[in-house]
Design a protein around this ligand. Sequence first.
Ligand SMILES: NC(=O)c1ccc[n+]([C@@H]2O[C@H](COP(=O)([O-])OP(=O)(O)OC[C@H]3O[C@@H](n4cnc5c(N)ncnc54)[C@H](OP(=O)(O)O)[C@@H]3O)[C@@H](O)[C@H]2O)c1
Length: 317
Amino acid sequence: MATQKRILVTGGSGLVGQGIKAASEADKRSDEEFIYLCSKDADLTDREATKAVFKKHQPTHVIHLAAKVGGLYGNMRANLQFFRINSAINDNILSVAQEMGVKKVVSCLSTCIFPNETTYPIDETMIHNGPPHDSNYGYSYAKRMIDVMNKGFNQQYDTEFTAVVPTNVFGPFDNFNLEEGHVMPGLIHKVYKCKENNTPLTVWGTGRARRQFIYSKDLGRLFLWVLREYKETEPIILSVGEEDEISIKEAAEFVAKGFDFKGDFVYDTTRSDGQYKKTASNAKLRKYLPDFKFTPMDQAIRETCEWFTANYSTARI
Ligand SMILES: NC(=O)c1ccc[n+]([C@@H]2O[C@H](COP(=O)([O-])OP(=O)(O)OC[C@H]3O[C@@H](n4cnc5c(N)ncnc54)[C@H](OP(=O)(O)O)[C@@H]3O)[C@@H](O)[C@H]2O)c1
């Protein structure tokens, strides 16, 4: 009989955590039990609280998502806090996991932590090759140190700590706050309002910046594969292909379609575009999983718009 796995998902109430929940419920295994944590279960910046929650649940595996997460504007306002809070959470999770005998931890990096000046497409080998974009250096350096710690723990304690690198995630349970959130949930919230008020859509920036977006439910399916099958310490980029990168203007058009919004678009060029592009290669992922099928963009965005409309009163806005 397979050994029973108790998988603790930190940050389980958030966008990515709920994507993993949806994926695990669609692909149930009798040897797996998932425990989803939110910040009310334990403040993971606090080492004693972290220890207590590990003692309570006795996990054999951890998916580590908990983080202070924000969009471009949220990051620019608070780089120091993004660095300190995320560094504390990551250090607590990895060191307590090792002390408590957890064999495998899958942590979450992001393509926005890669060097600002780089060649494209970016791949897994380039994470530490130069300073990140100045808008989010705090978040980026804290995330990069997870990769450093994974190597150290695996070398010194024979653990199987690794990390994944998603591109921009969107889906149900996202943070749809207009000031703090990411571009896709921001667009969804704005188009919802514009349709309601019959006003034009104001897109922040020129609309020319380009991004790869991954649907949280697809990311959830890929996370489960990493947890079950992936053996490397080195991170793996979880993304749609380079050919699926779209401009912010195209993203806004998908959202307009998702809500059947027919109004005008206005571009507020006093707002920063952030990094022009961050094209990531999913060649490593494709080597492992050549046949993985991503949800088509229009379907994924339509489902998210429908979720937002149905959950407007309780969503994070
Ligand atoms: N969103 C993206 O586009 C994206 C892209 C690449 C990588 N990632 C990474 O994916 C992971 C999950 O992000 P997400 O987008 O799902 O974020 P999210 O929706 O904001 O969720 C964050 C999660 O972390 C928890 N959390 C925050 N501070 C905590 C603390 N001090 N103690 C305990 N739990 C805490 C939150 O709990 P509460 O719900 O109780 O607040 C929530 O469950 C993060 O590591 C992020 O860096 C995200």
